[in-house]
Design a protein around this ligand. Sequence first.
Ligand code: NDP
Ligand code: GUE
Ligand code: MG
Length: 290
Amino acid sequence: MADIIDGKAFAAGLREEVREGVTAFAAKAGRAPGLAVVLVGEDPASAVYVRSKHKACVTAGMESFEHHLPAETSEADLLALIGQLNADPAVDGILVQLPLPKHIDETKVIEAIDPDKDVDGFTTASAGRLATGQDGFVACTPLGCLMLLKDRLGDLSGKSAVIVGRSNIVGKPMAMLLLKESCTVTIAHSRTQDLAHVIGGADIVVAAVGRPEMVKGAWLKPGATVIDVGINRVPAAEEGKTKLVGDVAFDEAMEVAAAVTPVPGGVGPMTIACLLHNTLAAAKRREGIA
Ligand SMILES: NC(=O)C1=CN([C@@H]2O[C@H](COP(=O)(O)OP(=O)(O)OC[C@H]3O[C@@H](n4cnc5c(N)ncnc54)[C@H](OP(=O)(O)O)[C@@H]3O)[C@@H](O)[C@H]2O)C=CC1
Ligand SMILES: Nc1nc(=O)c2c([nH]1)NC[C@@H]1CN(c3ccc(C(=O)N[C@@H](CCC(=O)O)C(=O)O)cc3)C=[N+]21
Ligand SMILES: [Mg+2]
């Protein structure tokens, strides 16, 4: 039976560390770090995430500036808001909750964020810095996954890692991070042939697909470490209820792997803790505090 990697507990520790860092920052800077979260429209899942980010900010002693705009907001108005937040000295980090309504060009909006305030790590500047080994913000979800992997495995050098998914916000930055750790990295996606075989060679599997329980236990190399990024809401056994499952068939994986992250309670809480971590780092950098 594999170990369950307790992302929720690890995230709680990281949040406590950030809280202490915030106190030290405030003593020197005379102000708290500030995070601006922009939500456009009424997507219920997005509203839940934004609420938990706000709560986490406040608990860590940070300022949270919430901007909830109606779904009909024009791209120009949203870009104008980003411009204001870029110029606002009280704002250290800017997060624009994705997805945006269809009439708004996501790339254009993300690119408008000052890279020094890009605590999500989504701008081209941040992605380029990560890819070329320069200092910058790393996307929160892959950063959280890396922290869990290093905590569990120590040195990752030489390990074979398969990432399933190649999105700009999870799969690609995850690949860059693991490459930096000297893993031998394979990125699988919807055109990958014989995914089971590809996964079967991996010491580390990161699943970021968005398909409930698609990675089967029998595909895994015995003793593998499995990081499940997927958040899928599916019907529960009880009539009319839903539950969250990951992209990995958890019970099966527990029979073969050495360690597996659960959903919920795995990667999700790490994403929010890393957002706070990045926001504190942004604030320190902007104030010239080591
Ligand atoms: N825990 C957290 O904090 C977060 C969780 N998530 C969750 O992680 C999951 C992935 O998110 P995200 O990266 O944004 O998703 P995207 O939809 O942007 O990307 C999904 C990726 O999976 C690949 N894929 C789809 N079907 C298959 C298949 N059958 N076999 C192999 N690969 C496949 C796609 O390939 P192709 O490129 O060829 O289409 C694509 O690269 C979702 O469940 C999301 O909810 C996301 C962000 C944060
Ligand atoms: N600009 C932007 N940045 C993001 O980081 C971003 C985004 N947009 N859009 C949506 C995705 C998704 N995401 C999650 C964050 C926390 C949990 C999380 O805490 N999940 C809990 C469960 C929460 C529940 O019960 O619904 C858990 O896994 O334990 C999940 C998913 C961040 N995202
Ligand atoms: Mg869109």
